[in-house]
Design a protein around this ligand. Sequence first.
Ligand code: G6P
Length: 364
Amino acid sequence: ARIEKGGYKHFMAKEIAEQPVVLADALRHYVPGERLNLPETLDFSSLDRLTLVACGTAFYACQIAKYWFETLAALPCEVDIASEFRYREPPLPQRSFAIFVSQSGETADTLAALRYCRGRVARVISVVNVETSTMARESDLALPIMAGPEVGVASTKAFTCQLAVLFLMALKAGLDRGTIDQDRLRQLLDSLNRLPGLMNQAIGSESEIARIAESVAEAQDVLFLGRGAMFPLAMEGALKLKEISYIHAEGYASGELKHGPIALIDKTVPVIVLAPRDRLFDKTVSNMQEVMARHGKVVLITDREGENAAADGTWRSLVMPEVAPELAPILYAVPAQLLAYHAAVAKGTDVDQPRNLAKSVTVE
Ligand code: G6P
């Protein structure tokens, strides 16, 4: 069947808006009742390591998942870009799984990395949107993300569904390895089940985000900052913005700012700070103040604004609903996507078919 835009101006807008629904569908499949519905063969208990490999947006999903596998399951994780992985000829422990994340399941570099791992690790697993794809066929186990067809070149709903599946895998790993008990599992699944509703609320701020995006669209360079699992999301936010608006953007770990990028800050540079109120929030605020002291234009995206003076002196701020800290990268993906989308619309670029990019890259 032909996929239509269904009243939206662009596929990307439609796919951003679909996220609460497709995420809820995926959760119904993987979490029927309060049970975790993942194959028994996906047993993480005796592993020494995980290797996650992907390209582009899927690579940032892997980087976020690394925080989850390490903190929730105490499982060491290595993450690499597919085009680098294979030529490095990395030694792989037999007692490890290799996980390949790909919307299309056809990206040439990721597929080559998957083939490199076959026979070298205990199990080759793919996390894909297209269940009939080459990667799904060549894996020992393929987990569908159930995002539905994604047409916009810039990945949106596939990213958040990849994250949801990877999060559930990390929960399974935590159970298998005894680092998560049933109470904690129930708590985290509860938070996960609330996520589609919170995403809807985030989408409700779209007109506010569009106004911020119009001012951001005038910039030449934009920085995105985040700490912990919000650091890879900062890189994904920067990727989204550069892909479709052609504005130069970089994502940095907030704490790394002082080791270089702070030299770029002046009154023309918007700095998007992705900072839910977690245990690292105060540190992020002090990084943000360093930016403001150099007249950088801070856009603070956080929750519970107004409870302290964190937003004082920022250029713009945006309030997200409160979310379990573990799941903040999934929720905050929404404002990052909308920001990029509306900056591109303000610049009049071809949102769904950005220049020089392809939806699926099947050459090296
Ligand atoms: C292309 C797309 C990106 C995507 C990447 C990986 O570069 O433009 O949006 O993230 O490929 O694609 P995959 O299908 O492997 O997730």
